[in-house]
Design a protein around this ligand. Structure first.
Ligand code: NAI
Ligand code: MG
Length: 488
């Protein structure tokens, strides 16, 4: 019997609730579209509700943009591009980005709480990861704004024009930053569409742009569901489209841009292998497995959703993992003790539950922790499957939830073969104390990002992006500037 470092035997080690307060700011009842520097209602007057997935309560009504609204936003972005932004010297553009970064820091507490309320992620993550990284992306790109000549030595970097950017619901404000900061730093203007379940921090970001005095029309935000996104992609006035989301929608966008000169980058799904060798520091690797799959409820495109563990330590790793998982606290996203928050939406919760059924129907063995979950809201207990085959759907398809598939391997070559046997190529992980093995694995896996003896670490200076069906183009670092400039 393996023991974890914390024993709960015979005593009550439960934590008292420690909720972050939400009374230091007030959300509006309704939010308009942000076009040309102003909040305006949708032309149709239509709205939709964004809810808190932890209690199913409505947080605010959001304007639902139609084709005409999209057209207005693209035109506002075009005017701002031609008249102001493209002509502004980089050092002046940089000042606005620095200002935005600082206001994000000033409003960090409000942004973190709203992020957790609107999307269900634990406050510890929004407070310590999402919001600080969003600010860091603006600081980083502010620094590039007047140094683009050094990013591409000997060439001159010119902006492309108007960028249409569509983002998902798993890291709402962070995805705003990943998309908007490089675009603006390089002199482009933006029409952004946030996801329909998590529009609030993008709208607060629009307020931040106003507060920073960003010239009207440089950043525009249109809210709505997939049809709003499609209207944006189909608008002929865009020079560039950037999309993060599902592989299916990515493929549809690629088709609708065929034959047009609009540039495209896609950041799509993943099914990363996290590979544990027998010589790894096992306790640390177990923490890495937990972080890899349960961070943000597993709603992470680069999640370590496939565990490949060397046969000689498989049993030990699985036992330790079970024991560690029983200590994960699932519940109120605003509680500072919570490890795993609410599933982002009812639809996503159903999708994950379907996969739990599919896995069992395919013959795999399901383990779920015994923790209790709240009655209202959308929840999935931390889960993993053993006895899985490479051909199983739970091994091949992205589940995007707190569900891990565990497989074993004997040799390094077998691990690589299994790791690469996937339509995706976004990320990977390797745990070993041998540097040579790390190099072999990182060279052998076809994926954009590979972590060694750690997982899910992000930095604005480090490029992120995929191969194969995980998309193309890079975000972050010098590589991430390239999709937003024309070189001459
Ligand atoms: P989705 O791809 O439909 O949503 C992402 C964004 O695309 C949202 O803003 C959405 O409104 C927009 N969108 C939807 N249809 C569109 C269209 N036809 N044209 C333009 N924009 C459109 O993802 P969904 O349905 O919410 O999640 C389904 C699965 O996708 C998840 O289970 C997960 O496997 C994957 N996913 C991957 C993400 C990633 O970061 N790679 C993020 C979100 C979802
Ligand atoms: Mg919501």
């Amino acid at each position: 019997m393996t023991e974890t470092s914390i024993s709960t035997k015979g005593s009550n080690w439960g934590y008292a609730p420690s909720p972050e307060s939400a009374d230091h700011f007030k959300l509006k009842d309704q939010y308009g579209l942000f076009i040309g520097g102003k909040f305006v209602p949708a032309g149709s007057g239509k709205r939709f509700a964004t809810i808190n997935p932890a209690n199913e309560k409505t947080l605010a009504q959001i304007a639902d943009a139609g084709e005409k609204d999209v057209d207005k936003a693209v035109k506002a972005a075009r005017i701002a591009y031609e008249k102001v932004w493209r002509k502004m010297p980089g050092r002046e553009r940089g000042k606005y980005l620095y200002r935005i970064a600082r206001i994000i820091q000033e409003r960090a507490r409000e942004l973190a709480v709203v992020e957790s309320m609107d999307g269900g992620k634990p406050i510890r993550e929004s407070r310590d990861v999402d919001i600080p990284l969003a600010a860091a992306h603006f600081f980083y790109h502010a620094g590039w704004a007047d140094k683009l000549g050094y990013a591409f030595p000997g060439r001159s970097a010119n902006p492309i024009g108007v960028a249409g950017q569509i983002i998902p619901w798993n890291f709402p404000l962070l995805m705003v930053a990943w998309k908007v900061a490089p675009a603006l730093a390089c002199g482009n203007t933006v029409v952004l569409k946030p996801a329909e379940t998590t529009p609030l921090t993008a709208l607060l970001f629009a307020e931040i742009c106003q507060e920073a005095g960003l010239p009207d029309g440089v950043f525009n935000c249109i809210t709505g569901a997939g049809s709003t996104g499609a209207a944006l992609v189909n608008h002929p006035g865009l020079d560039k489209v950037a999309f993060t989301g599902s592989t299916d929608v990515g493929k549809a966008i690629q088709k609708s841009l065929a034959g047009r000169s609009t540039k495209l980058t896609l950041e799509l799904g993943g099914k990363a292998a996290n590979i544990i060798f027998e010589d790894a520091a096992i306790d640390q690797a177990v923490e890495g497995i937990i972080n890899g799959i349960f961070f943000n409820q597993g709603h992470v495109c680069c999640a370590g959703s496939r565990l490949l563990v060397q046969e000689s330590v498989e049993q030990e790793v699985v036992e330790k993992l079970k024991a560690r998982m029983e200590h994960l606290i699932v519940g109120d996203p605003l509680d500072k003790n919570t490890d795993i928050g609410a599933i982002n939406s009812k639809a996503q919760c159903e999708r994950i539950r379907d996969y739990l059924k599919v896995g069992q129907d395919e013959g795999a063995e399901l383990f779920q922790t015994k923790c209790s979950v709240p009655e209202k809201g959308y929840w999935v207990r931390p889960s993993f499957f053993t006895k899985v085959a490479q051909s199983h759907r739970i091994v091949q398809e992205e589940i995007f939830g707190p569900v891990l598939a565990i497989q074993s391997f004997r040799t390094l070559d077998e691990a690589l073969e299994k790791a690469n046997n996937t339509p995706y190529g976004l990320s990977g992980g390797v745990w070993t104390d041998k540097g040579a093995k790390i190099f072999k694995v990182t060279r052998g896996i076809k994926a954009g990002v590979i972590w060694a003896n750690t997982f899910n670490k992000f930095d604005p200076s480090s490029p992120f992006g995929g191969y194969k069906e995980s998309g193309y183009g890079r975000e972050g670092g010098r590589h991430g500037l390239r999709p937003y400039v024309e070189l001459s």
